[in-house]
Design a protein around this ligand. Structure first.
Ligand code: GLY
Length: 419
């Protein structure tokens, strides 16, 4: 098959590695890709938000399957455009991707379909925001309605912080994404993520994971896109997985079908495991980053078959097999991330991962300098994943590789998957 993969982050490197490994893949084209993916296919410099360019490319290479990694092209309707060209796509339509594209849509949808979630209040002015913030005693979560690159959420302990966040979002901090905001009740419990494949009619469990969002050890410092992950999630056992499938994922697949917006693709369910049971914190319409880098090395089933079954409404008899060992992913970031950071630091000794069993280095913010050196140009730069017989050995293997990578300006958390 001719496969087109769209995206350029660590998640897409993990996807490229998996897709290249499939016996069904004849030709893999990646747009725009990153230097870590050079070995897996042809890379073309077409950006993930250039919908016209990507549709032309998919036609030019007679793509049998297009895999869309990031949320932006999904929310902007790339899957719909490709479907109009009769090209098979792994990723939901724009209408279905609204589960990530609009927090208000997702909350209202859950309310219509009795999916467990915290109380929420959508507003578009400071006065209404203040009223609901006071009603919740200031202990609440403020979210921008639209996509804000993972930055549009403020968890407030008091009314002053909550009102300042609401004012700033409504005042244009995130542009149109914050024209409407949601004030949510704060809930508590361990966080976990569950990934399911939905084919429009049926859903199957894919895998679970746990992300580490704060920049520094002990969950201190600013929120990031994710500084590390473990899969499976230590907080979700089989009973809880079944409960999440029954109470959340199955109502979503049925509800989206009933509303004429069938969901086809991977659904990322961000959960809080409260004492009243699992509740939805958020939905995403794609794999997580860095969760994908922990999940995909555990996948034993052919990924192209799983994606084709998802895209063609054939999941009802599909079964996914997994390496039962845990995988731990440690993100190496540029010093200063998620704020300002210097670009251009030279990275050496990545070969170290090849000398370690079941260890992988996925690139995110890397580029090639004119002289061929690999340099760090993004915030999150590398994701190092290792499997192990237990969590402690997976951690040990991952950190052993991290410490051998030669790059001056990096930082990473030292407590990923620490128990
Ligand atoms: N790691 C969080 C996300 O992918 O949204």
């Amino acid at each position: 098959m001719n496969i087109l993969l769209i995206g350029s982050g660590g998640r897409e490197h993990a996807l490229a590695w998996s897709l290249a490994d499939s016996p069904l893949t004849n030709r893999l084209v990646i747009a725009p890709g990153n230097p870590g993916m050079e070995a897996y296919g042809e890379m073309l410099p077409i950006a993930a938000d250039d919908l016209d360019g990507l549709c032309t490319l998919a036609g030019d290479i007679s793509a049998d399957l297009v895999v869309i990694g990031p949320e932006l092209p999904l929310v902007e309707g790339l899957a719909d455009r490709l479907a109009e060209l009769h090209i098979t796509v792994f990723g939901p339509s724009a209408a279905a991707a609204m589960l990530e594209g609009s927090k208000e849509f997702a909350r209202a949808f859950c309310a219509r379909h009795n999916v467990p979630q915290p109380a929420f209040y959508p507003v578009s002015d400071c006065e209404s925001a203040g009223k609901f913030i006071d009603q919740l005693g200031g202990y609440c979560v403020i979210k921008a309605d639209g996509l804000a690159a993972g930055k549009g959420v403020v968890v407030a302990d008091d009314a002053k912080t909550a009102k300042a966040a609401a004012k700033s979002m409504l005042g244009g901090q995130f542009g149109d994404a914050g024209k409407r905001i949601i004030i949510e009740q704060r809930i508590s419990g361990p966080e976990a993520s569950l990934f399911a494949l939905l084919d429009g009619e049926n859903a199957i469990l894919m895998a679970t994971a746990q992300d580490h969002k704060r920049a520094n050890d002990n969950d201190q410092g600013p929120n990031t896109g994710g500084m590390g992950a473990i899969s499976p999630s230590p907080s979700l056992d089989k009973t809880l997985e079944d409960q999440v499938m029954a109470e959340i994922v199955n109502p979503v697949v049925r509800g989206m079908a009933a509303e004429d917006t069938p969901y086809r693709g991977v659904l990322y369910v961000g959960l809080m495991l409260t004492k009243n049971g699992p509740q939805v914190i958020e939905f995403n319409c794609r794999l997580g980053d860095p969760e994908a880098q922990a999940i995909l090395p555990r996948l034993k089933t052919d990924i192209v078959s799983a994606m084709m079954a998802t895209a063609t409404a054939s999941l009802h008899h599909f079964d996914m097999r997994w390496d039962q060992r845990p995988a731990v992913t440690v993100v190496m970031a540029n010093k200063g991330y998620p704020g300002n950071y210097e670009k251009g630091g030279v990275i050496r000794n990545l070969e170290v991962a090849e000398q370690t069993d079941d260890c992988y280095v996925f690139h995110a913010g890397t580029a090639r300098a004119n002289n061929g050196d690999l340099i760090a140009v993004g915030g999150r730069v590398l994701a190092v994943t290792a499997l192990g017989d237990d969590t402690a050995s997976a951690r040990k293997n991952a950190y052993e590789v991290v410490t051998k990578i030669d790059w001056d300006n990096n930082f990473y958390r030292s407590d990923i998957a620490k128990t």
